[in-house]
Design a protein around this ligand. Sequence first.
Ligand SMILES: Nc1ncnc2c1ncn2[C@@H]1O[C@H](COP(=O)(O)OP(=O)(O)O)[C@@H](O)[C@H]1O
Ligand SMILES: [Mg+2]
Length: 467
Amino acid sequence: MSPPRPESQLRTSGSLSRRLTLRLVLSAAFLTLVLFFVVLAFVRDISQRTQDSILLASATSIMDSLRVEAGQITLDIPYAALSMLGNVSNDRVFYNVRKDGEVLTGYEDLPAPSQAPSPGAPSYATEEYRGASLRRVTLARRLSLDGGPADIEITVAQTREGQTAELARLTRWALMMGGGFFLVSALIGIWAAQSSVQPLHALTGVVSRRGPKDLRPVRHAVPSEMAPLVQSLNRFIERLRVSLARSEDFIAEAAHRVRTPLATVRAQAEITLRRVEKAENRASLREMIRAIDESSRAAGQLLDHAMVTFRTDSLERKPVDLDGLARDLVERLRPVADLKDIDLQYSCAGVSPLRGDAILIQNAVRNILDNAIKYAPSETGVLIDVRQGPLDVIISVTDEAGGFPAEEDTAVLTQRFVRGSNAAGTIGSGLGLTIAREVAEAHGGKLVIEPSSTGAGACVSLSFPLR
Ligand SMILES: Nc1ncnc2c1ncn2[C@@H]1O[C@H](COP(=O)(O)OP(=O)(O)O)[C@@H](O)[C@H]1O
Ligand SMILES: [Mg+2]
C-alpha cells in the first residue's frame, strides 16, 4: 500500500471564500466611493440653492420697496430684506442699487455682472470680494421716470464662510456614513462569502468523518450546484464498493483454488517418494515437495495478507474469547510441534472478552506461533500465555529459538517480505509478522518483540486494548 499523499501536495488554485470575500469587499468599497461623491454633490447643490433662493428673496424684497414718487426714486430698504440672510449664517452681507450703472446706495465696489441681466431673470455668480469668496445675485428692472426709462439693478451678496463650514461638516458626516456603510457591507460580504462555502465544509465534514470502510452513498443535502459533484462522488464510491467486494470474493476463491490442488500434488509427491528407490530421484522429489511447500505457503500467506488488509479496513468488532481461540490454535498446531518434539505449553489466567475480529486475531496468533515452532530447534519448549493487563488483553509466545537476529531491526522485520538472516533454510515469505502487526494495530493494539526472560529465545506478544 503506498502511503497517502499528504494534503499539502494537493494542487490548489486559491481559495473560493477568499476570492468571494475580496470581490464583495471591493464592490462595497467601490459603491461606498460612488455613494460618497453622489451625496457630496447633492449636499453641495442643495446648500447652494438654499443660499441662492434667500439671496433672491432678499433682492426681490428690496426691488419691491422701490417707489417712484414725483418722478424720483425713493428706496426704503426693509429690515427683513437683509436680516433674512442672517438667519442662514453669520456671513457678511453686501448690497448695492444702481441706476443705469451708477451706484445709488450701498457698496460702490461690489462686483456687478459684466452683462446686465434681463428683467425677470436674476444672474448668479460666485466671486472674490475683499479677500473672501462671495455669492451674489443681481436683479434688473426697468422703471419709467420723468426723463425716460431707467435701468435699475439690485445686487445682494453674501460671503460663503458659513456655507463652506457647513459643507465641511456635511463632508465629514458623509465620510463617516461612508465608512460605516463600507464596514457594514464588508462584514456582510465576509459573512456571505463564508456562508456560501459553508455547504462545502459541511460536505467535507460528512465525508471525512466516515470510517475507512463506510462505502454508503453520500445522502447529505447539498445546494444544487454541488449536486453533480456529490453524484460523481457517489458513483465513484459505488464502483469502489463493487470492486472491493469482487476482490474480496476473488481472494477467498483464489485461496481455495490454489491450496487444494497444491495439497493434492504434495500428497502425490509424498506417495511417489515412498515408492522411488534411486537416490537422485528421491532427492529431486524432496526438492519438489519443498518447492510445493514453499509455493503453497507463499500463496497462503499472500492471500492471508490480502484478506487481513481487507478486513482491517472495515474492522468488525464482536466479542472475542481470546482464551478459547488460543487454546484451539495450540491444539491445531500441536501435531506440527510434535514433529519437532517441541513442547507447547499453554497458560491463561482468565481474561475478559475483547471486541474485535476473531478471524484476524486467530490469523495473527497463528503466524506468531508458527514462527516460534519454525525457528526453534527440536526438543525445546514454547509457552503461550494469555493474560489481562489493566487496559488490555495480552497474548505472548515465548520460544527457545535463539532470539531475533541481533543485527537486524525488529521493526524492519515486521515489514512486508522482509526475512531475517536466521530464516535461511526455513520456508517462509516474510509476511507473518506483518500480518500480526497489522491486525494488532487495526484493533488499536501493538506487536511487541523482546528477548525472552531466560535469554534462550524471543517473546513475541500481541496486546489488544479492552476499551
Ligand atoms: N520466533 C522467532 N525467533 C527468531 N526469529 C524470528 C522469529 N519470528 C520471526 N523471526 C524473524 O523475523 C523474520 C520475519 O518473520 P515473518 O514475518 O514471520 O516471516 P517468515 O517467517 O516468513 O520469514 C523471520 O524471517 C525471522 O528472521
Ligand atoms: Mg513467519
